[in-house]
Every structure is written in structure tokens, then in C-alpha cells.
Design a protein around this ligand. Structure first.
Ligand SMILES: [Zn+2]
Length: 140
């Protein structure tokens, strides 16, 4: 939703593609939440009081999870990480800013003693991968 204003600059094809991406935007988060519930983790959503507003977090237990859309957050070597041909410079700047913000968020949270996991949208259908990410971060 927060990216909506950029659509005005887009050609119809790109616009349609983004609309599809956003439609499924909450689905990846739901997949992750299912896994967390299955292992008995409690959490809050949209943690605006924490750096980078992690999608899922537990402040008291000091862990945070970002569920990143591959396109917006630039998942490396992922086929969803395309760059629109029009307004290329604009997009590249936008993506760089996103990546910067993501890095800062992880750094800052880690400094505050949070265990942080980043889970990519394309990974969320795989329960085993989600679980592994959560384990690797030391959340469980
Ligand atoms: Zn991906």
C-alpha cells in the first residue's frame, strides 16, 4: 500500500504486474505466521515502534522477522527481481533506498539485541525453508 503513489509513473504492463504482486502481498506473511503458530511463537504485526517496522516481532522475547517482497527488496538471483524498463534511474534509486533501509533496520535491531530473520516472499510457500530461517536466526 505504501508504494501506491509510484504507480502513476508506470506503463500499464508494469502497473498490472505490480497490482498482481500487491494482491498477494499479505499471503507470504500469512504463510510465515502459520509456521510461527505451529511452533508456538507469539508475536505482534506491523511493529512501527521498531526500526524498519518488522512485519512480525516479539519485543519482549527480542526477535523480529521481515517478510520481504522479492521485487521491492531485491532478492538476489530471484526471477521476481525485475527492473521496469521505463524510468530506470528512478527505479534503481528507489530500490537502492529500500536496500539501504533494510540493512540499517537489521543492523540497528541486532545492536539492540534482537534476533532478526529475513524471509523472502518466494520462500514462504516452503514451510521447511521458513522454519530454517527462523532457526538460523536463533528465534527458536
Ligand atoms: Zn525471491
Amino acid at each position: 500500500v505504501k508504494h501506491e503513489r509510484f504507480e502513476l509513473l508506470l506503463d500499464p504492463e508494469t502497473s498490472a504486474r505490480l497490482a498482481r504482486i500487491r494482491q498477494t502481498g499479505t499471503k507470504p506473511e500469512q504463510e510465515v505466521r502459520k509456521v510461527l503458530a505451529a511452533v508456538g511463537l507469539r508475536y505482534r504485526l506491523n511493529n512501527r515502534d521498531l526500526q524498519g517496522s518488522p512485519d512480525i516481532a516479539n519485543r519482549r522475547s527480542r526477535w523480529a522477522i521481515f517478510v520481504h517482497g522479492c521485487f521491492w527488496h531485491r532478492h538476489q538471483r530471484c526471477k521476481r527481481t525485475t527492473t521496469p524498463k521505463r524510468n530506470r534511474e528512478f527505479w534503481e534509486a528507489k530500490f537502492r533506498a529500500n536496500q539501504h533501509r533494510d540493512e540499517r533496520a537489521v543492523e540497528s535491531l541486532t545492536k539492540e539485541g534482537f534476533r532478526v530473520a529475513v524471509i523472502w516472499e518466494c520462500e514462504t510457500p516452503r514451510t521447511d525453508v521458513v522454519l530454517q530461517r527462523v532457526r538460523d536466526a536463533g528465534i527458536i
